[in-house]
Write a protein that binds this ligand. Structure first.
Ligand SMILES: *[C@@H]1O[C@H](CO)[C@@H](O)[C@H](O)[C@H]1NC(C)=O
Length: 311
């Protein structure tokens, strides 16, 4: 039997299906700049303790690090350093990093998915974050839940660029999601299908972003403010469902803002008016919007770790 290329290609794709999920690649802005593929295609390891997690996370080369069950991190507040070209992904719906988080500094190409992250309460002054990203590119955070977090749930700071946060659940966190800490206007990021659940501030605070694309997020019960186009941020905010949220949409005077298709359900306070015309995300990547009225049910069903993301 002779193998033609037309036979081999579908077979390769079939083989690829065997790791579909655990080795997915990012969408949104993280799909640009060469793409965010983490350790996909590299060595696959499974870890169930802190020592092994730390060892592979800081190793050089491509690793897919599958997390099995709950890993207790000590001392409390430790942020595990993650090096370039890593995928850290929970197996099933029960993988957990408890008592610590992750630190991604001056790195590129990192994926963190399908994990419960938190139990770092008491660490606000100590900067105990869920995931801290500084000056890094091509980062994808997907299907994670952040709860009982000491300081920031997610911090994407200091010119971190080409990142996407999707399908995640930020639960009752005070400083949910901070972006910025620099005067440069370079950061490009996408936030979609994220559930901001009873969070207080920074939902997100998107400071000085060159392009901020937020769509199909669900914000319920935010206590201080919701999506915030801060500083010189150029934001496109579309088909987001804001429910019982204080100051659901705010923008600074130097910002550019196009807000379309959003629903404000029982909100109070500021709903910023458009300022100029924002960039168009469709000029950078393709994406599909859910109808805004469907966003609560879609996001509630999909946000956070799920059994079928990686098995
Ligand atoms: C919602 O949109 C996503 C793409 O962003 C799509 O995959 C999904 O099928 C849509 N869900 C519904 C119920 O339309």
């Amino acid at each position: 039997m002779k193998f033609s290329i037309s036979l081999v290609l579908p077979l390769l794709r079939l083989a690829g299906l065997a790791w579909a999920g655990c080795q997915d690649n990012a969408d949104g802005f993280a799909a640009l700049n060469g793409g965010t593929t983490g350790g996909n295609g590299g060595t696959v390891v499974t870890v169930n303790n802190q020592a092994d997690l730390e060892k592979y996370a800081k190793a050089s080369g491509k690793y897919v690090i599958k997390v099995s069950g709950k890993i207790n991190i000590s001392p409390k507040g430790t942020e595990v350093d993650v090096a370039n070209d890593k995928t850290i992904v929970g197996i099933g719906a029960t993988a957990q990093i408890s008592g610590g988080g992750f630190r991604i500094i001056n790195r590129r190409n990192v994926i963190i998915r399908n994990l419960r992250i938190g139990n770092t309460d008491g660490g606000e002054e100590l900067d105990w974050d869920g995931i801290q990203v500084d000056t890094s590119t091509n980062i994808w955070i997907d299907h994670c839940i952040f709860e009982t977090i000491g300081d920031g749930g997610i911090d994407l700071r200091k010119d971190s660029d080409y990142w996407t946060v999707s399908n995640s659940w930020i639960k009752g966190v005070n400083k949910a999601f901070g972006i910025g800490w620099t005067d440069n206007v370079v950061t490009k990021g996408t936030i979609h299908h994220v559930y901001f659940d009873g969070t207080t501030q920074r939902n997100p605070s998107a400071d000085n972003m060159l392009y901020a694309h937020m769509y199909n997020n669900y914000l319920r019960g935010c206590k201080s403010y919701g999506h915030y186009a801060r500083g010189a941020t150029n934001a496109r905010i579309e088909n987001v469902y804001f429910e019982d949220c204080k100051n659901p949409l705010t923008a600074d005077s130097e910002a550019t803002l196009t807000a379309i298709g959003n629903i404000y359900d029982g909100t109070s306070g500021t709903i910023a008016k458009d300022i100029g015309v924002s960039f168009d995300p469709a000029n950078f990547y393709s994406y599909k919007l859910n109808a805004t009225a469907d966003v609560p049910s879609i996001v509630l069903a999909n946000a956070g770790p799920k059994a079928d993301v990686c098995t």
